[in-house]
Design a protein around this ligand. Sequence first.
Ligand SMILES: O=C(O)CCC(=O)C(=O)O
Ligand SMILES: [Mn+2]
Length: 219
Amino acid sequence: MLNFEDFFGAEVTPEIIRPGAVLLREFARKDAPRLTEDVRSITRIVPFRAMQTQGGAKMSLMASGCGDLTWLRDEPSSEAAVYSSAIPEGEDNWPDMPPLFLDLARRAANAGGFPGFEPNACLINRYRPGAKLGLHQDRDERDDDAPIVSVSLGLPIIFLFGGLERSGPIARIPLDHGDVVVWGGPARLAYHGVLPLKEGFHPAVGRERINLTFRKIRT
Ligand SMILES: O=C(O)CCC(=O)C(=O)O
Ligand SMILES: [Mn+2]
């Protein structure tokens, strides 16, 4: 029997940020407890680590990941990020993407207008108060046909979303626990970032914000 969600094809009404970019408010809210549990399991295997920009500057967020391959730039590098199936120590492969991650990413992409999304990587960012992410494009995936699906858990933050030029107008979007942003097509290479995380305490996640970005990397 069809339920409401199957019939209408979306669990929430997408809010359009710009063509190709949508906000799905609370889309991951009901899955959030299991998602945070899964993040804990993954980061027991691959702990969050400090990251560096391509130029070698220390970033304020810390990162982990899962899936077939992921990247962590924890050393200065003149190279663009290289996605790898080996974790940085080179011992083991990344933890598998939990089934719920994959299911959520597929459903969110579909609801955002990108059916058929099959991510093979999930980058997990952890922000503590004061941490931020400057404006950038996600261009290391070597596959601009697939969208990016970005899930927010924990403390609220202001997400910045602009256009294809760094200097263009920037939307400031408050993101809360369970909100999902999907961007692809004409917005796939849009500049985006987050403002510094404000001090606070979230009952489910504590004094931090966790961000999951699902990506399709061309291997
Ligand atoms: O934390 C966010 O909301 C964005 C993360 C992001 O843009 C990235 O990891 O490339
Ligand atoms: Mn990004």
